[in-house]
Design a protein around this ligand. Sequence first.
Ligand code: NDP
Length: 460
Amino acid sequence: MSAFDVDLFVIGGGSGGVRAARIAAGYGARVMLAEEYRVGGTCVIRGCVPKKLMVYAGRFADEFEDAAGFGWTVEKPRFDWSTLKRRRDAEVTRLEGIYDANLLRAGVEIMPERAVIEDRNTVRLLKSGRMIRAERILVAVGAHPVKEPAVPGIDLAITSNEVFELESLPERILVIGGGYIAVEFASVFAALGSRTTLLHRGDKLLRGFDDEIRDALAEAYGQRMDLRLGRTLRRIERQDGGLCAQLDDGTYIRVDQVLVATGRRPNVDGLGLDRVGIDTDAAGAIPVDAYSQTTIPSIYAVGDVTNRANLTPVAIREGHAFADTVYGGKPSCVDHRLIPTAVFSTPEIGVVGHNEAAARAIYGKIDVYKARFRPMKATLSGRDERILMKVLVDCASDRVVGVHIFGHDAGEVIQAVGIAVTMGATKADFDRTIAVHPTAAEELVTMRVPEVTKHPVGVG
Ligand code: NDP
């Protein structure tokens, strides 16, 4: 008889943990998984999924407006928050049920309570007090939103967790931050009809993205909301039944809600890492090797708690690779270098590969192909909007090393382009691909002349 109760104990039922548990069980491992909140994790319960449903909701506003240019008469549309909330929450619950069912079908035992590490092979369940001996432990506990900056009154703000619990659409909202979450929610609220202010300390939104995409986003957001760049929050106070935020320039913004989206931090507090001697890094994340193994051989970690690339599909890949490696006899690790990603702003952003500055720094000589144009739909709708596409090519190899899209459906387009770029497509491959006409995406294969190249001094 085995000295262990289970082969694998997974702490955390989010994207990474669920995938790892299911695949490991499929290979015949005896798997137990603990989740203290709801199976599905951030992505399904209070992240990607409900957020995207809200993005869809917001985008109808543009559709109603644009319809007029095509001959439609749309009576003044009305939006009902409680209908959206009820239907969105029901969908999340449905998906949660599917996650549960999939785990059970795979033979995974689910413990609906908090689990902590007791020693290298033991997990303690806090509610039931049970101790489970496991040959291996996988930590997949994710991260949580922070409430920063630590200024007076910051506790009056909500985070991306509470935003899904709001019972009514705020008439006025201040969103703080310039990352994915702030950018996405600011456009959702603006589209749904909230008077929205987006406040960011930097001079451009979305650090790490291509500068021209960031400029295009700022231009579009400037038309859709009150965008305040290069400003910081000094304090928040309750006032007249609402909230009053004071900025560093002395100005005040009166709102009904403040949503703070200034980053997320790994959920390591009280997890028991100190009991086994696992030190976290400067960001509070668990360091792991390419196979997601920690410094303790029986303990692995995947997903946001490792702070590698904090994206659902990456966590899923890491969980799957872990199970393949440890239980499937197929050592696999995840290539974190080339990750297509989308920001569900309106307009949307899709990216694969390097931004222009990084590509120049890495490859020296690059050609930049660029298209900036009015979408066809805007010719009749009259909407003042531009699409921007950039294709970056390493001159030495002709390989496409970055594609950046700002415009409708950029997320859908970049997923397909990502296949080509991952395969190592060259500009010549793009050129011999026949265009799909009339689409916006055809620009990607019809760009013939690079911008006048500004090679850095001393290169080439
Ligand atoms: P990000 O790390 O992306 O952005 C945090 C933002 O907050 C930055 O603009 C940062 O500014 C700013 N900030 C940080 N600290 C402070 C502070 N003390 N005061 C003022 N501003 C501050 O975090 P998010 O919360 O937006 O998202 C978390 C993660 O979730 C991301 O890493 C992303 O991977 C993931 N995510 C992905 C989505 C998608 O794929 N579509 C959607 C939502 C989330 P600065 O740039 O100056 O540092």
